[in-house]
Design a protein around this ligand. Sequence first.
Ligand SMILES: Nc1ncnc2c1ncn2[C@@H]1O[C@H](COP(=O)(O)OP(=O)(O)OP(=O)(O)O)[C@@H](O)[C@H]1O
Ligand SMILES: [Mg+2]
Length: 259
Amino acid sequence: MARRRQIYEGKAKILYEGPEPGTLIQYFKDDATAFNAQKKGTINGKGVLNNRISEHIFTLLGHIGIPTHFIRRLNMREQLIRQVEIVPIEVVVRNVVAGSLSKRLGIEEGQQLPRTIVEYYYKDDALGDPMVTDEHILAFGWAQQEELHDMADMAIRVNDFMCGLFAGIGIRLVDFKLEFGRIYDNEFSRIILADEISPDGCRLWDMASGEKLDKDRFRRDLGGEVEAYQEVARRLGLLPEGGETAVLDLETHRKKRGK
Ligand SMILES: Nc1ncnc2c1ncn2[C@@H]1O[C@H](COP(=O)(O)OP(=O)(O)OP(=O)(O)O)[C@@H](O)[C@H]1O
Ligand SMILES: [Mg+2]
């Protein structure tokens, strides 16, 4: 088969040209980075798990009327998506104090927030993705007022849905990051949910033990990253019970054998 044209290689995923105009193929790598890529590593099988977890959540969000870029999963590591013009803003939703919020304001991790907080970060690796307000977003034209409203509105709906989804499987949804993009119908554009939703961009704590089931295991050198991602997938019903190796695709096996 002819080699597909690569559009972009990011830290966790590769985008390839899709089969039809306006589509892309999103390939999930095992690479993990933290602290603006100052820390690098691999989590064997992560790409396979994130592909499945993101597929599952985007499909469910589609069912409650959230427009998303997801079309269908193609194989273990790839999904077909609609190409969007990414809004250069990361939308972070927080239910519990953790991570940078805890650090910046000196508030202990784990405190339940009295109300959900939505934060915006400008997507710029060179600047370390600085936090910005809606004023900056509008002043610099990164998004229009109506787009910002749509993004905030969808972020809250996604949060409400995901809080329930995870609570049902004994997981506390502490916080998560979303990315949105524009699609164009003639001269009109609208905002849809893009990128991925996976333990890479969510904080997920086991309700009973408080154990972290997300990328903080990698960030904080806690170990057991694969097991944590697998546990999330298993509880979501995406793994056959007890089938730990089922998610390891051939590529992972080859890497493990050192070839
Ligand atoms: N539907 C889409 N159409 C176009 N671009 C997309 C779409 N969904 C996600 N993206 C972009 O594709 C890239 C995915 O790769 P990855 O997540 O590895 O990037 P990253 O290393 O986090 O870098 P970045 O800072 O660019 O987000 C991101 O830049 C993301 O914004
Ligand atoms: Mg990314």
